[in-house]
Design a protein around this ligand. Structure first.
Ligand SMILES: NC(=O)c1ccc[n+]([C@@H]2O[C@H](COP(=O)([O-])OP(=O)(O)OC[C@H]3O[C@@H](n4cnc5c(N)ncnc54)[C@H](OP(=O)(O)O)[C@@H]3O)[C@@H](O)[C@H]2O)c1
Length: 270
């Protein structure tokens, strides 16, 4: 029987890319006698409804819950809605995020604030709102989408790298605090995954970059990524790297940091 049987799985960033692929993969594990219930969140309701239909799950098993992850003050009410609807929250995939394509010297401070609000504060605020429920249940699993850029720094992504690095400090600390309470935390660092992330990335003035990066275009298919992630989550891995050879950068940073510095500074393009 799947570890997801009878579980409530809440996914942020479910309207596109990785979050959408996780929702579809989770729904593939549902059986009539082992149902899975999904909560799908992001800002675009129409896209969430499209994903909800694509899951093929009965309408009663999917809650479309539009959320802007920077509307922190709305989180307690949203969490209460999920609790009232499904009674509990077993898995929370904290996946909503935006990227950046701009140099430090050019970038407005407001762009850094936006990146931190969406990628870091949105993630920890929702975690804090859900945590009391998971602690009361004595179980729960938080799955946080970081990045290879959460383990090393690369050009044109200074604020993105900072926001993803911050997640590691926060969730490593939280993991130690909630271990005895039976809660699990998985940090996933994707490499290049074929999603519209670079199209939605912020430029120096906070406008959309609007270009598809070649690396992104040639990256791992989101469904392959989602399958590997769900396996790692089922094994309760603390940290997992999923992507192509770019994930080797994480090991270079750890064991050969000088070599990685040379590679990163000599790399051209976004
Ligand atoms: N693709 C990659 O190569 C890659 C690599 C490393 C890490 N990641 C991480 O993976 C996660 C998912 O990204 P993706 O690649 O799947 O890109 P994506 O297709 O652009 O998905 C981003 C998701 O985040 C949601 N989102 C953005 N701002 C939001 C906000 N203010 N409130 C609520 N939801 C918001 C978007 O939905 P709405 O626009 O509908 O709100 C969308 O569902 C991100 O955290 C990203 O940093 C991706």
């Amino acid at each position: 029987m799947s570890v997801l049987a009878h579980k409530i799985v809440w996914i942020t960033g479910a309207s596109s890319g990785i979050g959408e692929a996780i929702a579809l993969e989770v729904s593939r594990m549902a059986r009539p006698d082992h149902p899975v219930k999904l909560v799908l969140s992001a800002r675009r309701t129409d896209e969430l409804e499209r994903v909800a239909r694509q899951t093929g799950l009965p309408a009663t098993d999917v809650l479309v819950l539009p959320v802007d992850v920077t509307a922190f003050d709305q989180f307690p009410a949203l969490v209460e809605r999920v609790r009232q609807h499904f009674g509990r929250i077993d898995f929370l995939y904290l996946n909503a995020g935006i990227s950046q394509r701009s140099t430090v010297v050019d970038t407005d401070l407001s762009v850094y604030q936006r990146l931190m609000d969406v990628n870091f504060f949105g993630t920890i605020a929702l975690t804090k709102a859900v945590l009391p429920i998971m602690l009361a249940q004595g179980s729960g699993h938080l799955v946080v989408t970081s990045s290879v850029a959460g383990k090393l720094g690369t050009k044109y992504r200074s604020g993105y790298c900072a926001s993803k690095h911050a997640l590691h400090g926060f969730f490593d600390a939280l993991r130690a605090e909630v271990h005895r309470a039976g809660l699990h935390i998985t940090l996933v660092c994707p490499g290049y995954i074929r999603t519209p992330l670079s199209l939605q990335a912020l430029n120096a003035t906070g406008h959309l970059h609007g270009k598809m990066d070649t690396n992104q275009q040639e990256g791992m298919a989101p469904d392959v990524f989602a399958r590997r992630l769900l396996k790692a989550v089922a094994r309760q891995k603390e940290e997992v790297y999923i992507g192509g050879r770019e994930t080797v950068g994480i090991y270079l940073k750890r064991f050969l940091p000088g070599l990685l510095s040379r590679i990163v500074r000599n790399r051209e393009g976004p």
